[in-house]
Design a protein around this ligand. Structure first.
Ligand SMILES: [Zn+2]
Length: 204
């Protein structure tokens, strides 16, 4: 079995090895490879099978959702920044003879404002959509994912805001916090661990 990243390749919910759809046996929403099948059936009999295993959204589907949200935020951000920089244009053309310190200070101020505006937009977008009845940003909605508490409940606005900042923390880990979602048994990224949240597939 080639582990080539063929689009038709799925993975076993038990061992996570890649298989073609034809080789996997379906148990509800859970796909199991021939090697794991007997063990899984045994676990089902004993009532200990992690039936919700395939319910958690893996790294790649979340990555695509992240890209979609990133594009949407980039468009919103560009429009807002464009409008803002337009309104600040008197500062962009310093008068001749203005001290370089003043010009540099104005530029640093502008960068800080751009950064802050970007954060406010990102935080509002994420917190509003995730704590709404959709439980998902448009990117996650497009991929039929949602963000919930371990018991499936919706996030409060405060927790959704906290989750946004926990994600910013992921940036400090150079993305390792995100990649963790690919390895955790419940596909939790660092931000999910901090905020006690899960990203799951919408059902029905
Ligand atoms: Zn397997």
């Amino acid at each position: 079995m080639s582990p080539a990243a063929d689009s038709a390749t799925l993975s076993c919910a038990e061992c996570a090895r890649p298989y073609s759809a034809d080789d996997l046996a379906r148990f509800g929403v859970v796909l199991i490879c021939p090697d794991c099948k007997n063990g899984y059936v045994q676990k089902l009999r004993e009532g200990v099978a992690p039936a919700a295993r395939a319910h958690f959204a893996g790294f790649w589907v979340r990555f695509v959702a992240y890209l979609i949200d990133g594009i949407i935020l980039m468009v919103i951000g560009s429009i807002v920044q464009f409008a803002m920089i337009g309104s600040l244009s008197p500062f962009r053309q310093p008068q001749p003879g203005t001290s370089p310190d003043v010009v540099l200070g104005a530029m640093a101020g502008l960068v800080a404002v751009v950064f802050l505006v970007d954060m406010v937009i990102g935080c509002s977008y994420e917190a509003f959509f995730v704590s709404s009845s959709l439980c998902a940003t448009p990117g996650k909605l497009a991929l039929e994912l949602k963000v919930v508490r371990p018991d499936g409940a919706r996030l409060s606005l405060g927790r959704a805001v906290g989750r946004y900042f926990a994600k910013r923390l992921n940036m400090l880990t150079v993305g390792v916090g995100y990649i963790m979602a690919g390895f955790d048994s419940e596909n939790r990224g660092l931000h999910d661990l901090i905020c006690d949240t899960r990203v799951v597939r919408r059902q029905g």
